[in-house]
Design a protein around this ligand. Sequence first.
Ligand code: SAJ
Length: 431
Amino acid sequence: MENKKLCVVGLGYIGLPTSAMFATHGYEVYGVDVNTEVVDALNEGKIVIEEPYLDIMVQAAVRSGHLKADIKPHEADAFIIAVPTPMNEDKTANMDYVVSATEMIVPYLKKGDIVILESTSPTGTVENLLVPILERSGLEVGKDLYVGHSPERVLPGKILWELVNNDRIVGGVNRESAEKIRDLYKIFVNAEIYLTTATTAEMCKMMENTYRDVNIALANELAKICEDTGINSWDVIKFANKHPRVNLHQPGPGVGGHCLAVDPWFIVEKNPDLAKIIRLSRETNESMPTFVSERVEKILDNIKGNTVTILGVTYKPNIDDMRESPIVELIELLKDKDINVKIYDPHVNIENHQYNSMSDAARDSDLLILAVNHDIFKALPLREISETMKQKNILDTRNFLDEKKIKDEGFNYYLLGKGEEIVSPKFDEER
Ligand code: SAJ
């Protein structure tokens, strides 16, 4: 029997692992990307992104002849569109890549084919944007062509495991489309696949990230309130979460990444008058770099200094990804205040900020800011740092460091979300 053919447009963080997954499950997969560098690398069995074990899987798929890359689509039984949907300046979704990817596959479509959009998209994208383009093929959508949305929901760093083990939602333009798409993913998905409409699936994806963003905003608001009240928000969170139905999230210097910081805006775009909590949450999280920079200013005023060292610039710990990182904005805000900023993050290459060690980065600093909770920062070489720093001050924006050890080494310890004027200091010290 001839192998089934699949064409995946967009070979990024989602398209590439998905291609490799199908290819190692017997499909003949054509990966399509406009970037020739990605295409050439893939045809040599190599990848240009970082994701655990993906290189091994891609290499196996390419060597076995099941995965090939090209700059143009190929005829296939199913097409997956997995291109980026970035945010425009005005915080609306940029659908240009989705449009061009869809237009690109039209000449290759035949009766009975399946077309799936995986990219995160505003509600109505499949019905109002994809379908009219696909109909240019002369095929009837829902009858000759099975069309739907099946959003990815994997976590960078755990993509291959989550692709297989996460439940999946499939939204079809009709039931038959949803069922065909489900049967396709069933090949490697070892979890539930739920069927619904395309527009419901679009909203689900955006809402999953919005849920997290709104909850983080709540934690960030609590942090601000607690600083003002003179108590410690991290204690409030710890104790409140002992309630069986409460799960407060963690405050921090902001929310980064290409998902949480972006998707909620796509809901606001379509329903600006109704999406009030969603918009306010985004604004709250976007205000955090400014909030931290103001805290830094207060601390520096007290200690009379102007050099700070920032530990970590990525959007979350233990990765090299700086997309939408709030720390990048924090750095700019501090520079605007004429503060001399030194940056240390061994996970990324930062121009003009290459230090051999943490103590080198901390040299002549008045304040050390723990901005990202990378594992490598857990045990700070406090003694070495204290020898090079001008003044011994640490601001922890993640409640990540050991306050007692830091204080024992003679440092002042400041914590984001904890008021400097603690209401009951005696009790706090006894902890
Ligand atoms: N953060 C906080 N406080 C918290 C939790 C996170 O400030 O309590 C911040 C992090 O520091 C980071 C940001 O939020 O800057 C986002 O990190 P994340 O690990 O929550 O999420 P992403 O963007 O790496 O991945 C998310 C995931 N979505 C959910 O968990 C609902 C992932 O499953 C999605 O596939 C991905 O978005 C996506 O592509 O949509």
